[in-house]
Design a protein around this ligand. Sequence first.
Ligand code: URA
Length: 250
Amino acid sequence: MRETQRVDRILSNFGFGTRREIKQLVKNGEVKVDGEVIKDSGMHVDPKTSKIEISGQVLNYRQFIYVMMNKPAGVISATFDNRHETVVDILPEEYKCFDPFPVGRLDIDTEGLLLMTNDGQLAHELLSPRKHVPKKYFAYIEGEVSAGDVKMFEEGILLDDGYKTLPAELHILEQGESSSVEVIIFEGKFHQVKRMFEAVGKKVKYLKRITMGNLVLDEALATGECRELTENELTGLINAVRTENDSNLN
Ligand code: URA
């Protein structure tokens, strides 16, 4: 099915300027559709099938955007906030015009993998408590994490509000007065990892998310940097959430 839109609308949605500015670019002969210079900025085109060029640059049209961010500490996982910088504020302009939002939340002091998208359906599936999407974190812990803690995580931890978590995997990487661990949880309660450690008498000093489903943080991204997912990453994520985990629905 052809879905046409005004070319000035498409280009302004993609951050090429206001409709008025685009009208001027069209007037100057800077906009081509399927190789032909266009004269009318109100012309209707289907951006999925037509090649749109602006000042010699081909428009990379996509309806949805999927961005992996290595979230830095100090910014909040929201689209807007009066007091703090948000993960949307620190996105490059080329992504902002898609109106992406963070898929779930990381605390202000948590770093690491944050998926940002405007695909509400995929976000909903990834966050659905029925899907049990695994999330792996690396953490520095104040206190000696023990084999007993591993066992307690395996059995599920009773949190301060009386909620018992699903079984979680705890792997000790370094053990001592402070420890480093990896923990995998299958849900996303408020401050969950911190509260799980508090429940066993320990404190999370540093927390970084490494994976969500089968999406792995690209370690080449410095904190604050981001990039779009590759085709493989996206299909992997979609397949995992729409197939295997569907058998866990209850
Ligand atoms: N658990 C937490 O305690 N904080 C996060 O940011 C993510 C998981």
